[in-house]
Every structure is written in structure tokens, then in C-alpha cells.
Design a protein around this ligand. Sequence first.
Ligand SMILES: [Zn+2]
Length: 108
Amino acid sequence: MSDTQAISSSAQVVEAKPAPVVAVDDNPILFYCKDCAEIVETRRVGGKYVYTCKKCGTKNVAFGTKKSIYGFFKLADKEKAKLREEKREEKRRMQMEKSSKSLPPRAV
Ligand SMILES: [Zn+2]
């Protein structure tokens, strides 16, 4: 069996990298549909600053910079919560993998 080889190769895999910092200097404009409760694509109505949601068709669309939209609708919080959840999932999975690899605890 080549158990020792498998262990040594998997040991160098885990190295948490910091999340990439994206410099937003062009600060893109986003459209947020309050009905869909998400960032959506829009269609501009006439020459006015009225936009309709491509998804549901209402004019219940707010727009602004990514920063302001995220801040106003607390999307960052939602995303953070999602990330936290994902991380927790990953941790659990890794722990399960680890525990399945390691030897069962010896009964005392
Ligand atoms: Zn919509």
C-alpha cells in the first residue's frame, strides 16, 4: 500500500490564502431590483432615468455604485453570512475527511 505517499502529498495542500482584494476604482454601477431582492440586469425606459428589471419587468429598481447598493441593501452582510456558511461547510468536510483518514481512537 502507498499510504505514506498519499499523506505526504496532501500535507502541502492546505494553506489558507487571504481573500483577493479587488480594487474597485471604477466603482461600477449596479442595479438592484427590490422585487427580486437581488442585483439584476435592467432595461432603460425611454430617455428617462427609469429602469425596468429584465427579470420581473417592474420599475422597482434602484441603482447606484456597488458600494452604495451593497451598503444600502445590506448585501455585504448577506454575502458575508453566506461565505461564513460556506466556510463552515468546508471545515466540516475537511474534519470529516481528516477523521476518516486517521486511525480510530483506541478504546481505553
Ligand atoms: Zn425584478
